[in-house]
Design a protein around this ligand. Structure first.
Ligand code: RB5
Length: 151
């Protein structure tokens, strides 16, 4: 892939650090390019909102269209990422959820629990998410409503 926007942004706090290393290797093996926005090392004092906001802001610019984000459970990271307008972060625990996160939600950030998801499952979640296709139509209308606050 030569299109720079296809480069996948990866990020995590300390609790997702090990999974982030796995994800980077996995993406490389599959021929995807990535950039790592941190954490640069496993520092137990670091805070997931810092990395979630950094990744989400990077994806929201549309320079890069997709991100994969980790924390211990994926919960805090997804709460934080979804505060950034234009970001649709989906915490997925199965390939089925990942497929639907693309098909119905046009998710642009995949969130994985580093301490709650087996690596073999994470690989299948990533495959399903990266290969998933947004269905558009009625789902386009619904995701457009996400960016309004006066329903
Ligand atoms: C860090 O200990 C942990 O709380 C964090 O990674 C995440 O799981 C929060 O939701």
């Amino acid at each position: 892939m030569n299109d720079e926007s296809a480069t996948i942004v990866v990020g995590s706090d300390h609790a997702g650090f090990e999974m982030k290393e796995f994800v980077k290797n996995y993406l490389s093996e599959k021929g995807y390019l990535y950039i790592d926005i941190g954490a640069p090392q496993e520092d137990p004092s670091d805070d997931y909102p810092v990395f979630a906001f950094k990744l989400a802001k990077t994806v929201s610019t549309n320079k890069y269209k997709r991100g994969i984000l980790m924390c211990g459970t994926g919960i805090g990271a997804s709460i934080a990422a979804n505060r950034i307008k234009g970001v649709r972060a989906a915490l997925c625990t199965s390939p089925e959820m990942a497929k639907m996160a693309r098909a119905h939600n046009d998710s642009n950030v995949l969130v994985i629990g580093g301490r709650t998801t087996e690596k073999e499952t994470a690989g299948r979640i990533i495959d399903a998410w990266l290969n998933g296709k947004f269905e558009g139509g009625r789902h386009q209308k619904r995701i457009s409503l996400l960016d309004t606050d006066h329903i």
